[in-house]
Design a protein around this ligand. Sequence first.
Ligand code: UDP
Ligand code: MG
Length: 309
Amino acid sequence: MPLLSVILPAYNEEKMIAKAAETLSAILQKENIEAELIFINDGSKDGTWQEIERASLEFNCVRGVSFSRNFGKEAAILAGLEHAKGDCCVVMDCDLQHPPETVIQMYRLWEDGFEIIEGVKSSRGNETKVHGIFTRGFYRLINKATGFDMSRSSDFKLLDQKVVEEYIRLPERKLFFRALSFWLGFKSIEVEYEVQERTAGETKWSFYSLSKYAINNITSFSTAPMQIITVIGVLFLLFSIFLSVQSLVNYFYGQSLGGFTTVILLLLGIGSLLMISLGIIGFYISKIYEEVKRRPRYIVSGKTTNGKE
Ligand code: UDP
Ligand code: MG
């Protein structure tokens, strides 16, 4: 019988672990699906790891991996995929905002021969207004920069083992699960799901972390920002040629005084553009720097040992 691995990244989710393990193991047992649940403790500061250890003693199918510190959800997903033994893997949030029933639906589609089953949000759930505005802006940028439509996509996916193997072979340090599984290709299909409300704990996304995520992903998928600043530079060059001709003409006609405001405005404009351009180039250089260091993408500090390994 095929084995399904369910990967659940968890960061400060002590209230959700037991509930997730219980709900998932019950529904998978009912549907007669052999499964393992892999919780990745992403350096939580609360009792998440103790909860995972407890769950692994209570439920035979639960395993846990713990990071030495918080490495982020992308790293947690990767660790889960690397530790999974299943013939297919589902990645889902352990706050149960991704409905367990959809996991069953995904598994059935996998049995029908699909290799990637993408969970897409039928709506954006009960997000706050401000959060909604930021995420919409974020996805508009990402879609433009990468050429994929990811506005409704999420990290909720089922991957065949073949796909998982290819994904964990990707050499880059900074991964972007949502888009990279798209980039890999394979036979895929979408499944709609309704984003559930969080019953406990709180979201880990702040405006700061969302901006960081946006910049990181745009710079890893596209060089468009560098092309844009080059084009702006060329426009400025044309403008300055025009201005030089004008000032030379004025000079020869003895009217070269005045224009102080123009000079100040031009200085400010060009100065700030140069700063922004340097900043953009800096993002790419820092990315290269991060990648060439070749540090591990996560560090495991412990695993559950309930006689299974
Ligand atoms: N998460 C993680 N590491 C982090 C932040 C989040 O593993 O640094 C996990 C978190 O425990 C949850 C999932 O990623 O299972 C989604 O996080 P959250 O619910 O905060 O995001 P939202 O659902 O609000 O988009
Ligand atoms: Mg959530």
